[in-house]
Design a protein around this ligand. Structure first.
Ligand code: NAD
Length: 343
């Protein structure tokens, strides 16, 4: 049992975005950064200069097996996430794992069952768009009724970084999924904003933008969504677009329409072309990648509730699994919520 007096001892595996997680642990008043890990010697050498006094190890076992670590932050490549999560849970550690926390349904069920066997342990994931000030403002406005009743929601993850799936580890993975890697952010965002779950999806995809590159998976997936209270939507994952990284978001309600733009968002309250939309100037993306981890640490100390619960982590993954299944079967697929009915 972690008490507020005792700092939570954390290790971080993978020091790309994981370095941001390490910064968040180091900055947290109730946490201690115990170990950093990366299997790339150049990365270890580079990052160690920024974390003087913190051991930087090559082997993830040194984190996963250290009895003096309470929390494992996993920011390794996607194909290691589920095994490292399972090992951390088996060793009695809480887990903050980058998305996607698993690659398929079988892995998700293993993680779910491991969590259910250890009710004292918590898991969260870095669904960081929940901390974007502009989207937090939008969510407050939706809750206050400013958009009326939502009836159509569109979210596109315009990755705009084709090189990352052609050249890096994403391109080398046999089963890298753009839906799990990027679409999960939009699935979570649409459900978190609307407060509605997706019941059913129908999706198509292609790999035209990466054709001839050696990338073995779809770089473009478009899914139509049916929400539980009648709204419909579209979720797009567009890894090959000639477009700077951007979360395209359009929400249509009976009283207003939200449209995200890079500099500011627009909120239309009228159908009259003479009425200019309101400019919403909240920061976008405006987040530090370690913010949700800081909140998770707070929650482990009983100082806050987690912004991203286990149910949230499994719900967004469940939508992505349905999208993947629809693309590959060519059929509409009902979402099977893997955390349904769990605490
Ligand atoms: N939540 C977000 O907004 C966000 C943003 C970027 C990346 N990510 C996720 O973070 C993860 C890492 O992505 P990245 O962009 O930081 O990649 P990266 O390649 O920049 O960094 C990953 C680092 O982890 C190391 N590593 C990988 N597997 C390891 C293992 N098993 N043991 C030890 N070291 C290991 C690599 O050597 C590398 O230095 C991915 O799952 C990605 O989806 C999430």
């Amino acid at each position: 049992m972690i008490t507020q007096a005792a700092p939570l001892r954390a290790g971080v595996i993978g020091l790309g975005v994981g370095e941001k997680l390490a910064e968040a642990v180091r900055a947290h008043p109730h946490a201690e950064l115990r170990t950093l890990c990366d299997f790339d010697p150049a990365k270890r050498a580079e990052v160690s200069t920024r974390f003087p006094g913190v051991p930087v190890v090559a082997d993830a076992d040194a984190v996963l097996e250290d009895p003096a670590i309470d929390l494992v932050c996993i920011a390794s490549h996607d194909n290691f996430h589920s095994a490292q999560t399972l090992r951390a849970l088996a060793a009695g550690k809480h887990v903050f794992v980058e998305k996607p926390f698993v690659l398929d349904e079988a892995e998700a069920i293993q993680v779910r069952d491991a969590l259910l066997q250890r009710p004292g342990l918590r898991l969260s994931s870095n669904l960081i768009l929940r901390r974007c000030p502009r989207f937090l403002d939008l969510r407050r406005r939706i809750r206050a009724g400013e958009l009326g009743r939502l009836f159509h929601l569109e979210g596109d993850y315009n990755y705009g970084r084709l090189h990352k799936i052609l050249e890096g580890w994403r391109g080398r993975m046999a089963n890298y999924s753009a839906v799990h890697g990027g679409g999960v952010h939009m699935a979570d965002l649409l459900m978190w904003l609307s407060g509605e779950r997706v019941l059913e999806v129908t999706a198509w995809g292609n790999a035209i933008a990466s054709a001839g590159s050696g990338f073995r998976n779809l770089d473009l997936v478009m899914a139509l969504l049916r929400f539980e209270h009648g709204a419909v939507g579209k979720l797009g994952v567009n890894f090959g677009c000639v477009y700077p990284h951007f979360h395209k978001l359009e929400l249509y309600g009976t009283e207003g329409t939200f449209s995200n733009r890079r500099e500011h968002a627009l909120l239309y309250r009228s159908r009259d072309p003479a009425q200019l939309p309101e400019q919403l100037t909240g920061a976008y993306p405006g987040t530090h990648k370690g913010e949700l981890l800081a909140n998770f640490i707070d929650s482990l100390h009983g100082l806050a509730s987690p912004d991203v619960s286990e149910a949230d982590v499994f719900d967004s993954l469940s939508v992505c699994l349905a999208i993947e299944r629809s693309v590959h079967t060519g059929q509409p697929v009902r979402v099977d919520y893997l955390w349904e009915g769990r605490p």
